[in-house]
Design a protein around this ligand. Sequence first.
Ligand code: ADP
Ligand code: MG
Length: 445
Amino acid sequence: MEDRLTSQVEHVWTNVLERLEGRIESTALETIVRRLQPVLLTDREIKLFAPNRLSLTYVTENLLAVLRDCVAEIVGNRQVVVDVSPEGQGELFPKDDARPQKAIWPGRLNPRYTFDSFIVGSSNQFAHAASKAVASRPGRHYNPLFVYGGVGLGKTHLVNAIAFEVLRLNPGAAVAYLSSEEFTTELISSIRRERMEDFKSRFRAVDVLIVDDVQFMAGRDRTQEEFFHTFNVLHSAGRQIVLTSDVTPHEIRGLEERLRNRFEWGLIADVQAPDLETRAAIVERKAELDGIPLDHDAAMLLAGHVVSNVRELEGMLTRLGAQASLAGRRVSAELVEESLVRLPVSRGSGVNVERITSVVCEHFAVEPTDLHSRRRSRHVALPRQVAMYLCRVHLGTSYPRIGELFERDHSTAIHAISTTEARLRRDPSFQEAVAQIERTLGVRP
Ligand code: ADP
Ligand code: MG
């Protein structure tokens, strides 16, 4: 009886896997779904075991509906129940002795972020090519690979893609992906539990170590110390290291010299804000992946509206997609125009450089002439950066042009804007100050 049930659930599961092909992204299918283990089929439910919590979370958040549909097509309606397998209980990532099984750390890879779903344009071509090279032969090409660029421009996407590609080419590889904050958290908890040896051996056993947003290590001595040693061990063993940051190693303030030096050993690649065509292609690809019916001219309109941040662009597409589906319409140019009218940020809003300058100056109590001068003092540096940032975000002004306006070169403009973005992410009172200015400008409700 037991046997018959087992084989039946396996049979149904094989059938489900076949049906999933083409219905979900192939990476999700290969790296997540194929690792689920079918355990039980009754007339009410089908039960699956996930190897770890990462997998469980991903399946429950993204795949339950499609799994239910496939099962229904084969054996009729069943509840799909997913649980962590008994061996995987309490395991965020596999044990050391589980090598050569892959170790994803602590398991935040996003299966949607693959090379397949990444649109290449002149803004990211170099970083993309370097990432591909690294993924195809980890440790052989550029070590470390250091990817930097402003917020929402695809750094996390690219390095996730590296992880998936490495695992696709070599499922036994031990790939660790984590943010520098997670590295710190792991470190602190290991120190507290007096498990430093574990910490060291765990990190030092990986084939590919990917640390996202290393700028946040700045100023944290113990983190930098430990990361320095980890880096050295991995690097000298020929293991691949991939890092991202919002600015170049040189520009990370509070980063120890010896780390900065190592970050510059390999290849430094930037991602820039995508141009109009690339943005349109990104929206179209995303619409395709999400099943949102989107007209080409609607994609162009959207891409023309949101200029600097891909995440924002995606947010807008999602909202439009929801709106369209409620109204039973496609996302057409007409629909985009209708909703752009209601959006706070619009090029036709009467905002210009003069107005940005005057509102910013008023807020920070400085003179407009200071903003456009070469003065370097701190009390004008911040307002100047904010003004540059606002020109970029709300007017779509190019970096060279922003440089010109504020008597700086274009790399200073890039730096000013990414510094502002980084600060916005970690400093709530600064966020509020900028929001205040945006409200005065009428670009925020
Ligand atoms: P960053 O880490 O640089 O802040 P992310 O990698 O999180 O940015 O990207 C933000 C969003 O934009 C993600 O949903 C990502 O998939 C998308 N995105 C950015 N660049 C591209 C691209 N070139 N092709 C497809 N999607 C992109
Ligand atoms: Mg990121």
